[in-house]
Design a protein around this ligand. Structure first.
Ligand SMILES: [Fe+2]
Length: 294
């Protein structure tokens, strides 16, 4: 069965595209992609092979413009498109070459919360830069707020092929995987459909700490961490960008092999489970920003 097999990244709508591009290139550690386009979108890549991982497009307000998911091949994209149509999902475009760098072939649809999801394949791979640096390799995970987590989950599980890895009680966050990563997507109960936060993978725990120190020295406000989460086991360090999106450096996420028996379980929503080291936070600001209500 065709299924989504990666998180490619996100495009964010923003009132301050050039400020955001400067923040993520000069302070966060991504690299602008040179590409000539008539539209307002601009792109950033990480050190890994994904042609780009973060986009910004001009808008009247800040928010998630689209969630970008990968499939293995054009045939998988076409099969996912057919499945979405057959299930009555609001499909927005036919499978076709997508605007922007990376030579992606894909289509757009709405998820049950009305956010745009792009599903694409590409044979283009950026040259990986294996520098000795704590800078991001790729996007690791995105957490989305949802007023109806069960309805939203059904879409990501049944139509796109995700599996549940673990969850916090009361659907506070349900962690979903589509490859070996314990999660690349989280759906969390909320009053809105905002992006809760996005996380960028760095090499290891030391790189999370080094990247965090680098960001803090540049004046970027750290709002939670560094610490280690219970579900997923990953090291985290959360920051706030100039447009109030929450961005995270992360590493050492639990890997689940395809044939591995994995018993998904419920985690109590305790400070100790959210932060097994007990190292500070989240700050009230982090909670406010991640709630999407501001
Ligand atoms: Fe996270």
């Amino acid at each position: 069965m065709a299924q989504v097999n990666s998180l490619r990244g996100v495009t964010l709508a923003t009132t301050s595209r050039d400020i955001q591009m400067r923040f993520y290139s000069e302070l966060w550690g991504l690299t602008p992609v040179v590409y000539s386009s008539a539209n307002s979108t601009r792109w950033l890549r990480a050190r890994g092979s994904e042609p780009w991982v973060l986009g910004f497009t001009d808008a009247a307000r800040n928010g998630l413009e689209r969630l970008r998911l990968g499939a293995a091949s054009n045939a998988a994209v076409i099969a996912l498109h057919a499945r979405a149509l057959a299930a009555g999902c609001p499909v927005l475009t036919e499978p076709a070459p997508l605007e922007g760098p990376g030579a992606y072939f894909g289509f757009l649809l709405h998820d049950p919360d009305g956010r745009i999801v792009e599903i694409s394949a590409t044979e283009q791979h950026a040259a990986r830069t294996d520098l000795d640096t704590p800078l991001p390799l790729r996007m690791s995970h995105v957490v989305l707020n949802s007023p109806d987590t069960r309805r939203t989950l059904a879409f990501y599980l049944d139509i796109l092929g995700f599996q549940i890895s673990d969850w916090y009680e009361n659907d506070a966050i349900v962690f979903l995987r589509c490859n070996e990563d314990h999660h690349c997507l989280g759906i969390g109960q909320g009053s809105n459909t905002a992006i809760n936060h996005m996380a960028f993978l760095v090499d290891d725990e030391a790189a999370v700490l080094a990247a965090s120190e680098r960001a803090k020295a540049a004046g970027v406000p750290q709002i939670w961490g560094a610490g280690r989460h219970g579900p997923g086991g990953n090291v985290f360090s959360y920051f706030r960008d100039p447009a109030n999106f929450v961005c995270e450096y992360t590493a050492e996420l639990i890997q689940i092999e395809p044939d591995q028996v994995w018993n998904a379980k419920e985690w109590k929503r305790t400070p100790q489970n959210a932060n097994v080291w007990g190292t500070g936070g989240p700050t009230p600001e982090a909670i406010r920003l991640m709630s999407g209500e501001f």
